[in-house]
Design a protein. Structure first.
Length: 178
């Protein structure tokens, strides 16, 4: 099965102040969202393994985009999410966000831990909080975080939006070269 990519949306945010204090290490938060056509819209399909397998290429493409945005900054935590348009099923996003999808991201940015995730069905503009955990150990509480995302025109009823997100610190201080 070939997934039909409609859009690829990327963002990167650098935070220089946290809790009203200059950050010792500016925080970089990167999000890559792929919006695909849902191949199973309006119908129940018992075997979603073709969707699982097809997610590998999408995971690779999204990982490449994340690496570009990170520009060598070491990643500390990561997460993934899926939003399914109202003519699909939540299980469609779950099938896409398996280890098959996540392994290219993990390989590209480092890390060995399981990547936390969340999925839901929603209309365009439905917000979602992408959970983040440490790239090396899912139980490191200091790395728990979430990146909130809301795309006004996504997901359309026949779409699935898949999100890969990560948090990194570049080691520089505000005003210095990274």
């Amino acid at each position: 099965m070939e997934l039909k990519l409609r859009r690829l949306i990327t963002s990167a945010e650098t935070r220089f102040v946290e809790a009203s204090q200059p950050a010792a290490q500016p925080l970089l938060r990167v999000v890559v969202t792929a919006v695909i056509e849902n191949p199973y819209v309006d119908r129940y399909v018992a075997d979603l393994s073709p969707l699982v397998e097809a997610s590998r290429g999408l995971g690779e493409q999204m990982a490449q985009q994340a690496v570009k945005l990170l520009a060598g900054t070491p990643v500390q935590s990561y997460g993934k999410a899926g939003l399914v348009g109202v003519r699909g099923e939540q299980e469609h996003a779950n099938a896409l966000l398996t280890t098959v999808f996540a392994n290219p991201f993990r390989a590209a940015i480092g890390g060995a831990a399981w990547i936390s995730s969340v999925t839901k069905v929603g209309a365009p503009g439905t917000p979602i909080d992408v959970p983040l955990n440490c790239i090396d150990d899912v139980y490191v509480r200091s790395h728990y975080d979430a990146i909130s995302l809301c795309l006004p025109d996504t997901p359309m009823p026949d779409e699935i939006a898949l999100v890969s997100a990560c948090r990194a610190a570049d080691g520089s201080t505000p005003g210095s070269a990274a």
